[in-house]
Design a protein around this ligand. Structure first.
Ligand SMILES: C[S@@+](CC[C@H](N)C(=O)[O-])C[C@H]1O[C@@H](n2cnc3c(N)ncnc32)[C@H](O)[C@@H]1O
Length: 195
């Protein structure tokens, strides 16, 4: 396996040391549920001024991202194979993250599965605790109902403030985005900041 971008999990009870992980003090951004890493790889290359941690639970995907990062010599991307709820709750140093990208998370469309959706008030409180002042959550989904419940969940957490959309047209498009665009299906996005 390409070790370069892979984050070795030596201690799951200690916050990350970003300087140790990236070798510099650049602002840290997260890609939670990175999938095949299309966004993470392109975004990290587009933004050499930041450090990006991609979190994904599927080993095959994580391996692929690390391999592609090594081939493309992307030095500001690290890939962590772990559950993102655990990562956010236990491993992120408080007040240290600038931006969290959540792109097309699993929508869990069946009613009985809604509690499995990532964006819930507790998760938002954990994430907000990791944000610096001004830290932001950028969320994109194709699922209208998830978009509505996500907005309710963030409001219920009483910690992040809704903000105008970021310039998402400048962001690399994931395969999901390209597919929905090609099919003419709408996608929804929202941005919140920690005041
Ligand atoms: C629908 S895909 C979206 C991938 C990517 N963000 C994109 O837009 O192309 C959701 C991804 O989240 C990952 N995922 C789901 N639950 C997770 C969890 N609890 N922890 C980490 N990754 C998870 C899945 O394995 C999958 O790769």
């Amino acid at each position: 396996m390409e070790a370069g971008a892979l984050v070795p999990i030596t201690d799951i009870c200690r916050h990350f040391d970003w300087r140790e992980l990236f070798g510099n003090d650049h602002p840290v951004e997260l890609d939670l549920g990175a999938g095949d890493g299309g966004f993470a790889l392109a975004y990290a290359q587009q933004h050499p001024e930041i450090n990006l941690l991609a979190v994904e639970r599927l080993l095959g995907r994580v391996r692929k991202i690390a391999k592609r990062a090594a081939r493309a010599k992307v030095t500001n991307l690290r890939v962590l194979r772990l559950e993102f709820g655990y990562t956010v709750r236990y491993l992120l140093p408080p007040q240290s993250v600038s931006v969290a990208h959540i792109l097309f998370p699993d929508p869990w469309p069946k009613r009985r599965h809604w509690p499995r959706r990532l964006i819930q008030p507790d998760f938002i409180r954990d994430l907000a605790a990791a944000f610096k002042t001004g830290g932001e959550l950028r969320f994109t989904t194709d699922h209208e109902h998830y978009f509505e419940t996500a907005q309710q969940a963030v409001a219920e957490a009483h910690i992040l403030q809704r903000a105008p959309e970021w310039d998402w047209t400048a962001d690399p498009k994931t395969d999901f985005q390209l597919t929905f665009d090609a099919e003419g299906r709408p996608t929804y996005r929202a941005r919140w900041i920690r005041p």
